[in-house]
Design a protein around this ligand. Structure first.
Ligand SMILES: Nc1ncnc2c1ncn2[C@@H]1O[C@H](COP(=O)(O)OP(=O)(O)OP(=O)(O)O)[C@@H](O)[C@H]1O
Length: 740
């Protein structure tokens, strides 16, 4: 019969009841009625079913829900997919917790303050244009108003919501949500939102869906940067997806994300993001290193003075590091002046212009940006950094220039440079000069009148970075010296250097000495170094006196040393040696361009080690080297390593440092006659046959790296004494020889 169509009957109900149990009144009763998709229109018969706790009537044609007023124990109501127009058209069951009225035809929300138990409310696919009436729903946790006509978010203040869905509305701005302190999941997808501003206060948010909005700039993500609990973000179908490196950029800004745009964030992606946008110093240095290695490899290969392979004695370098303007440059210059027999200053290249008083080639090589880039492409740099908007770089040429003089490099650089050098084949000593008094340091920077306030602020902040690296990585710096007082700092520096060079043992020796620092003494004032000849040596520097042997050494002393160091040769051998030494000196003095000159301008075919060994036999050359004979380090070496040096060091390709090792004190004192002879033969053969004297002899062995490690370290070789044979004897010895 047509008149009953869509009218719910008791028979139908009895077939659909379930969950028999005790009702609130103590009677046994069915608690659940589920009748989805039955074409129901009229359900007034349900007024008699007062014990129902769950009523499910989705996908019907119901317009009137007033029967619910008779169900005081109702907890869950599902009347979705019906034709309801009246919003909550029933008296509130006091325990009603979950209501689904999605897919109906309601347009206006009314006051729900009587529904204080309501926890979950689904009102999707209706016609609401405004959110209201929820102010007193103090239990509401889940609210869904997807696919309505809402254009503004309001009426939600202070609700204890955990989950809010406003998908598919017409919302243009995120607003009215800042009081939702407990909100964990927010769905604002398919709206017209162009900015994430307004979300920054939602600290409990774990998931945000903004798919299909109008967010176009990555910087918008910064608004949610501090939502530390955020794990899931969906920005699919937003214009921002077109931004280059969008995904990495978002991951970098939101490092706690585990899911972006419905895709899991991998650990590799996170690392790439950090490496791209805030690379750690190691990563920057590694990239820099790779660049320079690549460009260097593209150039014709050259064997460098400083880099000839030697496992045990890398080319000696001293790096003073520390924050900008902490005094390291002045100290480096001063050191090179006072230890001029050992060190020379290696000037880096920079694209910044010279400050007043700075000279090209002395403090820096000042070059244009274009020249600097060209040098990079020509493989000219060991490392480069950008600092304060300018490029700085240590060139191979700068090191080579010093190495050719037979000296060690002394240079200064920022932390980034240290990381860079640590990737290279050099193994410098790193001395950190660190201001401990930040106020003084800031004052020093200000006094220079060269830096802006932000630059000063940055430089002062870097003091902490240096301190952190030092504490986090023991051994990263070989020494740390406070530099608030440059006088004291220099004293300590000298002391350290003296120890490195093994010079301290000559203190108090009976040998006549020249104490270089006194002769070129400098008065150091806090913050500056001022040359003042004939002044007393700097305070605190007493222990650091450099004791060099005197070219005017008494003949008996010289004879004693000669006897100690020279094998007993026949008169013919001595004459031959003498002739060759003479030719070496002439080459050194630029008087002849014979084969020896070629040796000094080391070509890939030649090595100075053999030559240096020859010169060892000449007292004139030996004299300036004598201080290093007292090297503590060498004395502590065991005899087997010394033997191995004598037997092999001279014929193995070696760096300038290796020459020094060969010429070093332990070697000198214990050297075997045969080793020297063999070495001389090597040179002679090479000269006569045109064969390279660096070709290893059969059976020769490389030195064990362990042989030259310093006490307390089994990784880094001692800063080798610097070969003085090729530099210092010239003025005195050559003059004397020539006069003869
Ligand atoms: N090749 C390099 N690698 C890394 N850092 C470098 C390099 N060359 C120079 N630096 C450092 O760059 C910083 C800026 O140098 P700059 O000379 O412009 O400033 P400054 O105020 O004169 O500093 P300082 O007195 O310490 O040299 C300094 O700390 C300097 O040591």
């Amino acid at each position: 019969m047509e008149k009953n169509e869509g009218v719910l009957t008791e028979d139908e109900i009895s077939n659909s009841l379930s969950e028999l149990g005790n009702s609130a009144t103590g009677l046994a009763a069915y608690q659940c009625l589920s009748m989805p998709g039955r074409g129901l229109k009229t359900i007034s018969v349900l007024c008699n079913y007062i014990h129902l706790q769950r009523l499910e009537l989705p996908h019907n044609n119901i317009k009137d829900l007033s029967c619910v007023s008779h169900m005081p124990y109702l907890i869950t109501l599902d009347a979705s997919h019906n034709q309801i127009t009246d919003f909550f058209g029933f008296q509130p069951p006091k325990n009603l917790k979950e209501v689904d009225l999605s897919h109906n035809q309601m347009a206006v929300m009314t006051d729900l303050s009587a529904h204080y138990s309501l926890r979950q409310l689904k009102l999707d696919y209706n016609c609401f244009s405004e959110i209201c009436g929820l102010e007193h729903c103090a239990s509401l946790r889940h609210l869904s108003l997807a696919h309505n006509k809402i254009s503004r978010i309001n009426g939600l203040d202070n609700l204890p919501l955990k989950n809010l869905c406003l998908r598919g509305n017409q919302i243009e701005r995120v607003e009215g949500v800042d009081t939702l302190k407990t909100l964990r999941v927010l769905d604002l997808s398919l709206n017209r939102i162009g900015s994430l501003s307004g979300l920054q206060e939602l600290r409990a948010l774990a998931s945000i869906n903004l798919e299909g909005n109008l967010i176009s700039e990555i910087k918008e993500v910064a608004h949610i940067h501090e939502l530390f609990l955020l794990r899931d973000l969906n920005l699919l179908s937003n214009p921002v997806q077109e931004e280059p490196d969008y995904r990495l950029a978002v991951m970098f800004l939101l490092q706690h994300l585990t899911c972006l745009d419905q895709e899991k964030v991998t650990a590799e992606e996170k690392v790439s993001a950090v490496n791209k946008y805030d690379p750690p110093l190691e990563v920057m240095a590694a990239r820099d290193h790779m660049t320079h290695m690549m460009y260097q490899l593209m150039q014709p290969q050259v064997i460098y003075e400083s880099t000839l392979p030697s496992l045990d004695t890398p080319y000696p370098m001293l790096v003073l590091t520390g924050p900008q303007a902490c005094g390291k440059r002045e100290l480096a210059h001063k050191l090179c002046q006072d230890f001029s027999d050992f060190f020379a200053y290696a000037a880096c290249h920079t694209t910044r212009g010279p400050y007043f008083g700075e000279e090209d080639g002395s403090d820096y090589h000042f070059v244009t940006e274009e020249d600097f880039q060209n040098m990079i492409h020509m493989g000219g740099f060991i490392q480069t950094v950008q600092y304060a908007g300018h490029w700085y770089g240590l060139s191979r040429a700068a090191i080579e220039e010093v190495a050719r003089q037979g000296l060690a490099c002394c240079l200064h650089m920022e932390l980034e440079g240290v990381f860079g050098l640590k990737n290279s084949y050099f193994e410098p000593r790193y001395i950190l000069l660190i201001p401990t008094d930040k106020e003084w340091y800031a004052g020093r920077l200000m006094a220079r009148a060269l830096y802006t306030h932000p630059q000063i602020h940055q430089a002062v902040a870097r003091v902490d970075t240096y301190a952190r690296i030092d504490s986090e990585r023991p051994g990263f710096f070989d020494n740390v010296i406070p530099c608030d007082d440059l006088v004291e700092a220099y004293g300590k520096l000298r002391q350290v250097l003296t120890e490195y060079l093994g010079l301290e043992e000559l203190e108090g020796s009976d040998r006549k000495t020249v104490v270089t620092p006194e002769n070129t003494s400098t008065v150091l004032t806090r913050g500056s170094l001022v040359d003042e000849d004939s002044q007393a040596p700097p305070a605190g520097s007493e222990t650091g006196h450099v004791t060099l042997s005197d070219p005017d050494m008494d003949p008996p002393d010289q004879n004693r040393l000669l006897t100690q160091l020279s094998p007993q040769n026949t008169s013919a051998e001595l004459a031959s040696i003498h002739r060759r030494q003479q030719r070496v000196r002439e080459a050194l003095a630029g008087k002849s361009s014979g084969v020896y000159a070629g040796l000094f301008k080391r070509s890939p075919q030649t090595a100075p080690s053999t030559l240096a060994s020859q010169m060892l036999q000449d007292p004139a050359f030996l004299s300036p080297m004598m201080p290093s004979h007292a090297s503590k380090h060498h004395q502590s070496e065991n005899s087997s390593s010394e033997d191995s040096r004598a037997g092999s060091g001279l014929s193995v390709p070696s760096s300038a440092g290796a020459i020094t090792e060969a010429a070093g004190p332990a070697w000198c004192s214990d050297v075997k006659h045969s080793a020297l002879e063999e070495n001389l033969d090597t040179l002679e053969d090479a000269v006569e046959s045109g064969r390279s004297p660096i070709s290893p002899r059969p059976g020769s062995e490389r030195l064990s790296p362990a042989a030259s490690t310093r006490p307390g370290s089994n990784v880094k070789p001692v800063l080798p004494p610097i070969p003085s044979g090729r530099k210092t004897p010239l003025p005195w010895t050559l003059r004397q020889e020539n006069e003869e």
